[in-house]
Design a protein around this ligand. Structure first.
Ligand code: FAD
Length: 315
């Protein structure tokens, strides 16, 4: 089933979460155990993230550096299919423009279609670790709105080489940033770029994580004011460690509210941070639930137990 329909049919806010494929060479058992934990809470669907290859520089014998790309987390398509068919729950495969030509993207979409995956979260992707700027492939997309357009064409039976005719039937979600995307000049420009994705055919938006609900509510209002009418699903992440505190503002360009930072500064262990993170996410979720948001999307990042406690307290 497709996400827009699932949302339209729901009488109350839905619970959903996102999983990151394991590092290459690891087994999927810990991930499957996380899913088993969260399946008890009846998720409406499950997202599977997608990761571009990273760039590493290796020293050669002559002392010069050799630039090598390494794909660390392959397997999004296979995992999305495995999860959907094992747990009988719809999955959303993230698809990124980064590192992919239009033909490679089309091939991935064809595979997803064969496997019965009907939901795509269309993203540009970040620059690979080690690189500062996003550079598209020579025959790739610069912005995710172009990927949305490509998927819409496939949904109309228009393939790149005009040789096939069976139309796909993907639903398309896109990313939104209540605190602005890092590269955008300002929030207004970013919102207008978000509108381009929706005008191109995206049917719903999932937000970047935020820790202050006021930012989400203001974002929804600003979207509505410029004519974005699709559902806007808030994304939440329970904080879990000191590492999170160091990395989240840098990586995701979001603020941690003063009240939260005061609480976090009063403790020293990761266990205490996890407890504060869970309580904070429960309060955020309760308010969002009461505001009748379409769904709450949890960034689990391997912390299924934390998410289970939040969902137990809220849904
Ligand atoms: P875009 O929509 O292309 O926007 C990128 C930047 O370009 C923005 O600053 C925007 O304002 C600007 N822009 C857009 N269109 C135009 C235009 N036409 N002209 C000029 N400027 C424009 N990353 C991954 O690698 N894998 C994942 O699985 C993944 N999952 C995510 C899930 C969610 C819910 C979210 C919120 C983010 C996720 N990301 C993921 C991160 C995302 O890939 C990055 O934030 C990336 O930097 C931007 O992706 P985007 O699709 O929002 O890009």
């Amino acid at each position: 089933m497709r996400v827009p329909q699932i949302i339209a049919n729901a009488a109350k806010p839905l619970f959903t979460f996102e999983l990151v494929p394991p590092l290459k060479g690891r087994t999927i058992e810990p991930l499957m155990a996380n899913i088993r934990t969260l399946m008890e809470y009846d998720p409406a669907y499950i997202n599977v993230t997608n990761h571009q290859a990273e760039v590493v520089y290796l020293e050669r014998e002559d002392g010069l550096l050799h630039r090598k790309t390494v794909r660390k987390r392959p397997g999004t398509t296979a995992l999305a299919a495995l999860i959907q068919h094992t747990f009988d729950v719809p999955t959303v495969a993230h698809l990124i423009c980064g590192g992919m030509s239009r033909n490679q993207l089309e091939d991935t979409l064809i595979e997803l279609h064969f496997l019965g995956i009907e939901n795509i979260l269309a993203l540009r992707g970040d620059p690979p670790a080690g690189e500062k700027r996003f550079v598209p492939m020579s025959d790739g997309h610069t912005y995710s709105s172009e990927l949305v357009e490509q998927i819409i064409k496939l949904n109309n039976g228009e393939y790149l080489d005009s040789s096939a005719e069976e139309a796909t039937r993907f639903s398309i979600g896109v990313a939104g940033y209540p605190e602005k995307h890092a590269e955008a000049l300002n929030l207004t420009t970013d919102l207008l770029n978000l509108k381009k994705k929706v005008d191109a055919g995206a049917q719903y938006i999932v937000t970047q994580m935020f820790f202050d609900n006021a930012k989400y509510f203001a974002f929804v209002e600003a979207c509505r004011a410029i004519g974005i009418t699709v559902p806007i699903i808030p994304g939440l992440k329970p904080l879990a460690s000191k590492r999170d505190l160091a990395l989240i503002p840098q990586t995701f360009h979001v603020d941690l509210p003063e009240d939260l930072t005061k609480e976090l500064e009063s403790v020293t262990t990761n266990r205490a941070i996890t407890e504060i993170g869970i309580e904070w996410a429960i309060e955020q979720s309760k308010e969002l639930y009461k505001a009748n948001v379409p769904a709450i999307h949890y960034y689990t990042l391997g912390k299924a137990d934390s998410v289970a406690r939040i969902v137990e307290a809220v849904f």
